[in-house]
Design a binder for this molecule. Structure first.
Ligand code: AVW
Length: 248
């Protein structure tokens, strides 16, 4: 058993909570609400930090539920203006570079996405501290860990709020640019509302030939998920990273 408590330590297989987690959340929240999106200034960062902590502190780190995050997400729903939404899958850095050059937004440009980007967190029963030693790994320990459930429920709300035309940046250097087991594949694409239009961009590494295209089987699978929901679909392929960023 990987989780025999030895003096409050619980040896999971994933990275432990990020050092200074609370401080980082508070500082990022202040920066976001005061500098990045001053329009959201009215949000109370202390309340957001406290709500975030109470979702997982003192709880079994393998028993996260979507409901645990409801009150936090209701304080700052991950919505973006119509037509500005960008999804990504295996293209995080590229998608962020792309939206920086346009008036577009990824999940990490919403307040909660920005706060949690790249951080790790979990608690343990009977303690009011974060476990800085280890947190459950999605594969080796449990899927219902607080980190995974957070990104799933936040992504679900992000996708549900999509309107007009939205975009997804996919990795055309992979054999399957669309991965039906990814968050985009499992959570976001299946939660787009009818009448939304999704534009997929397949972008491959500059200087190499692409490994997947709009006519490949992975994109056909994406199209069939969207057809079932009456979501319109357009697909652009054969773009190198440089071409994609230059046209944006
Ligand atoms: P992936 P997915 N910071 O590249 O389609 C840290 O296969 O699964 O893409 N970890 C994160 C973050 C983040 N900002 N975001 C997701 N994760 C985790 C949310 C998560 O467990 C965005 F809206 C995910 O499975 C994208 O459209 C994995 O890192 C979509 O989800 C990245 O795997 C990207 O997820």
């Amino acid at each position: 058993d990987c989780c025999t408590p030895i003096k409050k330590l619980c040896w999971w297989h994933g990275a432990g909570s990020t050092a200074d987690f609370q401080k980082i959340i508070q500082e990022r929240c202040d920066t976001y609400t005061q500098t990045i999106r001053p329009g959201s200034r009215s949000r109370n960062c202390q309340a957001i930090r406290q709500a975030f902590m109470s979702t997982f502190i003192s709880k079994d780190p393998c028993k996260a539920t979507k409901e645990d995050y409801n009150s936090l997400i209701n304080l700052a729903p991950p919505t973006v203006p119509c037509g500005q939404q960008v999804f990504w899958s295996k293209t995080k850095e590229l998608a962020h570079e792309y939206v920086k050059r346009q008036r577009l937004m990824t999940l990490e440009d919403t307040l909660l996405g920005y706060l949690a980007d790249g951080l790790s967190w979990c608690g343990e029963p009977g303690s009011s501290d974060l476990n800085i030693w280890s947190c459950p790994d999605w594969r080796k320990d449990c899927r219902t860990n607080y980190l995974s459930v957070f990104w799933e429920v936040l992504s679900e709300r992000f996708a549900e709020s999509a309107c007009s035309t939205v975009r997804v940046v996919l990795n055309g250097s992979l054999e399957n640019a669309f991965d039906s087991m990814s968050i985009f594949g499992r959570v976001e694409a299946p939660n787009l509302r009818p009448q939304v239009e999704l534009e997929a961009w397949l972008v491959h590494d500059t200087g190499k030939p692409p490994s997947d295209s709009c006519s490949g089987s992975s994109i056909r699978k994406l199209k069939s998920i969207l057809d079932g929901r009456n979501v319109k679909f357009r697909c652009m392929d054969n773009l190198s990273r440089d071409q994609f960023l230059q046209r944006s």
